[in-house]
Design a binder for this molecule. Structure first.
Ligand code: KIV
Length: 262
């Protein structure tokens, strides 16, 4: 899918975006024909074991974006701009965003509303497509005071609507809406001309995004209400590894079919 098809999908068909951080996951998503692959800074939690996304660096993101591009040569790949890679001045933000395109991304994603609109406009002006991200923006977790559902009050709804319009005017081609009450995400979706992609934000967004590891059941300790598990790969993988250990210990592996002879 290209950027024009993504924009034109609004009101016609639902967009599906999934995260990938490595070559083989990207290959799976690409073969399953997902619309958009997001190399999220959630890789901080999911892959690198950080407590949140704040420590993630440009260097770490660039390695994973390049791996995803190698696994999915034709996919539309969005790279998450990590904390402090765009708050550090417009010139540096443009340079960091451009670095993602150099390793194969088609677009970048930036968290925040009116406060980042000027930066986004500059990045877009230089030919780098930007996806917005509103609602529960994990890079603001210290200010929000936790991973809380957003948009429930009149004040919060009105701020989100203002932010969404500001992002649209700055030139974003779509907006992720994270953990926003369904009534508010529906209003935002109706208020903008570009597609909204929801996570934990209900049924009326123009598309849905989820972290692949949550969908596959790879993180047993994490099962929020908005996640639907389609597999239980943590348990499946643990069982396979346990069986391998037993086979080696009791001499069942390697068997004759696994060895070479003269
Ligand atoms: O980093 C990420 O995976 C994200 C999605 C949850 C939208 O930003």
């Amino acid at each position: 899918m290209d950027i024009n098809k993504i924009i034109q999908s609004k009101g016609k068909s639902k967009l599906v975006m999934l995260t990938a951080y490595d070559f083989i996951s990207a290959k799976i998503l690409s073969e399953a024909s997902v619309d958009i692959i997001l190399v999220g800074d959630s890789l901080g939690n999911v892959i690198l074991g950080y407590p949140n996304t704040i420590p993630v660096t440009m260097e770490e993101m660039l390695i994973h974006v390049a791996a995803v591009r190698r696994g999915a040569p034709k996919a539309f790949v969005v790279a998450d701009m990590p904390f402090l890679s765009y708050q550090c001045g417009v010139d540096k933000a443009v340079e960091n965003a451009g670095s993602f395109l150099k390793v194969g991304a088609n677009a970048v994603k930036i968290e925040g509303g009116i406060e980042v609109a000027n930066i986004i406009k500059k990045i877009v002006d230089f030919g780098i497509p930007v996806m917005g991200h509103l609602g529960l923006t994990p890079q603001y977790v210290n200010q929000i005071g936790g991973y809380k559902v957003q948009g429930g009050s009149k004040k919060s709804k009105e701020k989100l609507l203002r932010d969404a319009i500001a992002l649209q005017e700055a030139g974003v081609f779509s907006i992720v809406l994270e953990l926003i009450v369904e009534e508010t995400s529906k209003e935002i979706t109706n208020a903008v001309k570009i597609p909204t992609i929801g996570i934990g934000s209900g049924r009326f967004c123009d598309g849905q995004v989820i972290v692949l590891h949550d969908l596959l059941g790879l993180i047993p300790s994490f099962k929020p209400k908005f996640v639907k598990r389609y597999a239980n790969l943590f348990e499946v993988s643990k069982k396979a590894v346990t069986e391998f250990i037993e086979d080696v210990k009791n001499g069942a592996f390697p068997s004759d079919e696994n060895v070479f002879h003269i």
